[in-house]
Design a protein around this ligand. Structure first.
Ligand code: AMP
Length: 485
């Protein structure tokens, strides 16, 4: 997962980009970067670390120009080497280009082998560089044709921004896995000042108004000199377009997005509250209180409490300042890593029957430690309620869900998981229930593309139904392997 942000036609574009990235920090904390243009050259500044650490006032003042793009990185494909820090810059046919990419390209290994075998020298290990190489190799004359050409070769998830001295392009893959929204910044000029952001919370901070989402398969171009926008769509081969459907990542709503963001025009806070309500209707249990695993579980726990009538209490406090620590205490401080982050409110918990709401179980580490912490704090009963289905399959589209064998639900049934976590009871929202919740919200938004059979969501991490064959093979091959063992 990563966050991208772009802005055109505004003084101090790099400062606006900085604020946008600051609001998108939850989408990636590994590195940050901004590229700006004064309409002739592109200047960049990037480094590993948080936005606040990467940019000093002097760095921003060197990033001159009225147009800028930025990136916050959360490494999935390619690891965390410096060469992978974005935006990536290159010259294509003499034109300086800077690229910020969110998502994962599924056929990147195959594409990398193909490019290397035909003489390409690749610097980064991430999949983003491949886009620039494919554009550079394209025999098309026009820049936008090169761009379209490159994307016709790539499968998977990409929502990205590409800045040149004359244009800013916003691109979303044919399935629309990752969100990318267009907004407008108020200005005094006749030329509009456009904003593009992975999430609308970034628009709120810079005072921009949300206009619409970039559609699946859309390449939107903004002419920097005039602010004129135009869209073209990928010319996918019939075979590709037949098999590809809209597949918005449902995990954006479950976990990733900030609750104050409109994601595909649905407020994440509201969808999460409704997930909690649905969870309560289908999985009731008698208890004294509902508590959340903060922060992501909070709206869901409030929804659960609302629908069940069981009071919502604050039972776990999160320390927001946890970074990387090298200080490991002695063996007798158990659960140190989770304790650093979460502390149970002992006086509230003691002697009580507790319903704990979290958004998801991936490896099971968090839930297991939380049950242990709550028992140590004197809880009488601990009932785990998870507001999404069991994560059984890895994601190849940009969410860092681990290898298949590390996913708890891949190797255990729900009953076995309950024993493993040492909870009194454990239940999940089913895929059908989750889709029912999302369908309700889609009806309220005029997202007419979404009325596919399952509402146009990617739920592959729960079902193993990937859109493309490469992911299908990578993601489900293991099932066969497991059965053979
Ligand atoms: P785990 O401990 O591996 O079961 O992870 C589940 C916990 O991590 C939940 O509390 C989630 O809020 C959070 N989580 C879920 N998906 C991710 C992700 N891709 N990256 C980081 N944290 C996640």
């Amino acid at each position: 997962m990563c966050g991208v942000f772009g802005v055109t036609n505004t003084e101090n574009a790099s400062k606006i980009a900085y604020l946008g990235l600051f609001a998108l920090q939850h989408r990636g904390q590994e590195s940050a970067g901004i590229s700006s243009t004064n309409s002739s050259e592109i200047i960049s500044h990037k480094n590993s670390g948080l936005v606040i650490d990467v940019f000093k006032e002097t760095d921003l003042s060197k990033l001159k120009g009225n147009h800028a793009i930025g990136h916050v990185r959360y490494s999935t494909a390619g690891g965390n080497s410096d060469a992978n820090i974005q935006p990536l810059t290159a010259r294509i046919g003499g034109v300086p280009v800077s690229l910020s990419h969110n998502g994962n390209i599924v056929n990147s290994e195959e594409m990398r082998q193909f490019l290397e075998s035909s003489g390409a020298i690749l610097q980064a290990t991430s999949d983003t560089e491949l886009i620039l190489h494919l554009m550079a190799r394209s025999n098309k004359k026009e820049f936008i044709a090169k761009l379209t050409h490159a994307f016709e070769e790539l499968f998977g998830a990409f929502s990205l921004l590409l800045l040149t001295p004359t244009h800013l392009y916003a691109v979303v893959d044919a399935c629309g896995y990752r969100p990318l929204s267009l907004g407008l910044l108020k200005n005094e000029s006749k030329i509009p000042s456009w904003v593009l952001a992975s999430e609308t919370c970034a628009m709120d901070l810079v005072g921009a108004e949300f206009i619409r989402d970039i559609s699946p398969g859309e390449i939107l171009s903004i002419e920097l000199a005039t602010g004129k926008i135009e869209s073209v769509f990928f010319n996918l081969t019939t075979q590709q377009s037949k098999s590809l459907q809209q597949a918005k990542c449902i995990f954006e709503h479950v976990y990733f997005a900030r609750p104050d963001s409109l994601v595909w025009n649905m407020l994440a806070n509201d969808t999460r509250f409704a997930m909690g309500e649905e969870l309560a209707k289908n999985n009731p249990v008698e208890a004294d209180m509902v508590i959340a695993v903060p922060d992501s579980g909070v709206p869901m726990a409030m929804g659960y409490a609302h629908a069940s009538g069981v009071p919502y209490k604050i039972g776990l406090i999160r320390n927001h300042y946890v970074g990387r620590t090298f200080i490991e205490p002695t063996q007798n401080v158990r659960n140190f890593k989770v304790r650093l982050k979460l502390n149970p409110v002992r006086e509230t918990i003691k002697g009580k029957k507790i319903i704990v709401i979290d958004d998801s179980i991936v490896r099971g580490t968090t839930s297991q430690k939380i049950v242990e912490l709550l028992r140590e704090a004197g809880a009488k009963e601990v009932h785990m309620r998870i507001a999404s289905p069991p994560v059984k399959f890895p994601c190849f589209y940009g969410i860092d869900t681990p290898k298949r064998q590390d996913l708890l639900a891949q190797v255990m049934t729900a009953n076995e998981m309950n024993d493993y976590l040492k909870s009194d009871t454990l239940s999940f929202l089913s895929e059908k229930q989750l889709l029912k919740v999302m369908q309700k919200f889609q009806k309220n938004t005029a997202n007419e593309n979404s009325f596919q059979e399952n509402g146009g969501w990617c739920t592959a991490c729960f079902t193993g139904n990937y859109q493309d064959e490469i992911a299908q093979q990578k993601g489900c091959g293991f099932i066969k392997e497991l059965k053979n063992v």
